[in-house]
Design a protein around this ligand. Structure first.
Ligand code: SF4
Length: 345
């Protein structure tokens, strides 16, 4: 193996990314650590962790380390007569030379990403747009120059952060290569947003979503069926539809509410103080949310929480990342929901 210019193979990898960026699909590049808001009562993701911005030079160093690993792997593959293709053998030989990486939390992710052609990237953690625009552009430029195989870069982003960011800055970031934003809408109901301490109003969600669309991003909005319990179910559904109609994002993704350990809502649920919905009530709420939609989005149920069964025992709804295209597949989807509602009667 040729002498590496990099003496220390350290690079950071966070934990969370959307399912559509999972498996071997995406390189996970950590721009910030944890969540700058961290108050949402349903969310356990970064609860015990402190938010930190990372210096652009440290992120660039991570990219360089990963690229150096790529070069080492390529050399091994060529020496093995594998024409630059990365196999398990390539990775095993590399780890023999760099055993300090054996237990690195990001090494399998990096190997898998390189093995499938290095096409997509997810920027971690919870709200990358909170970085200074120039720093983010600098990182994106370096990333794309270093790995020219990259075809898509995505990130989480909070509505409030997008609202605060000037439009030209959003455009600069999009032009530098960030293609898609995953935004946690959760609900369009003002009282419920307040109750869950989302730190965003319905107006913020509309403004943030519309600004992101206008700047050229592909927008994925995540909503949380069941979040308001039985009492707020109807308002949650109808107000969410109002917001989604105004944004008309590329993707709408369902993440049904489940109390997560480590949250106050989980403690409430453990004490039986939380109003939970039956599968039938959840499906009725989803139907009420989708019926008023007049959009061209793709509506997706790409998460295990969308568990409902069809009468024949199979999953009721497709868990494809591309979901159901509206308006073309709207009636089909509403029909499936009706089947599910009848099944759980
Ligand atoms: S903004 Fe996102 S990551 Fe942060 S606490 Fe809320 S749901 Fe969790």
């Amino acid at each position: 193996m040729q002498e590496s210019l990099i003496k220390n193979y350290e690079f950071e990898t966070g934990i969370y990314r959307p399912p559509s960026e999972g498996g071997s699909a995406s390189l996970l590049l950590r721009l910030t650590r944890n969540c700058p808001w961290n108050h949402c009562t349903f969310c356990a993701m970064y609860k015990s962790e402190k938010f930190e911005l990372r210096k652009p030079e440290d992120i660039i160093q991570d990219i360089n380390v990963m690229h150096d690993i790529y070069l080492q792997l390529k050399e091994i593959s060529l020496k093995q007569g594998q024409a630059g293709i990365f196999s398990n053998e390539t990775f095993t030989l590399f780890l023999k030379k760099a055993p300090e990486l054996y237990f690195h939390p990001g090494i399998s992710m990096l190997f898998n990403w390189l093995a499938v052609g290095g096409k997509t990237v997810f920027l971690q953690d919870a709200d990358s747009l909170i970085m200074k625009t120039d720093h983010m552009v600098q990182v994106l430029n370096h990333l794309k120059k270093t790995f020219p195989t990259i075809q898509r870069i995505t990130s989480y982003g909070r509505s409030r952060t997008i609202v605060r960011k000037p439009e030209p800055d959003l455009e600069k970031i999009h032009n530098a290569g960030l293609d898609r934003l995953h935004i946690g809408l959760e609900t369009g109901n003002a009282a419920l947003l307040k109750k869950i301490k989302k730190g965003a109003t319905p107006e913020d969600h509309v403004k943030g979503g519309q600004k992101a669309m206008k700047a050229g991003f592909q927008v994925s909005e995540y909503w949380m069926p069941g979040l308001g319990g039985k009492t707020l179910s109807k308002d949650h559904a109808l107000n969410t539809a109002v917001i989604l109609n105004q944004i008309n994002p590329h993707y709408i993704r369902s993440r049904p509410f489940t109390p997560r350990p480590g949250t106050s809502l989980y403690e409430k649920a453990s004490r039986n103080e939380l109003e939970r919905m039956t599968p039938k009530e959840q499906l009725l709420e989803i139907k009420q949310t989708l019926e008023p939609l007049d959009i061209t989005s793709r509506v997706c149920f790409d998460h295990a929480g969308n568990y409902w069964a069809a009468p024949d025992g199979r999953l009721l709804l497709s868990q494809s990342y591309e979901g159901y295209k509206f308006p073309e597949e709207k009636q089909n989807l509403l029909g499936l929901l009706e089947e599910g509602i009848a099944h759980y009667s």
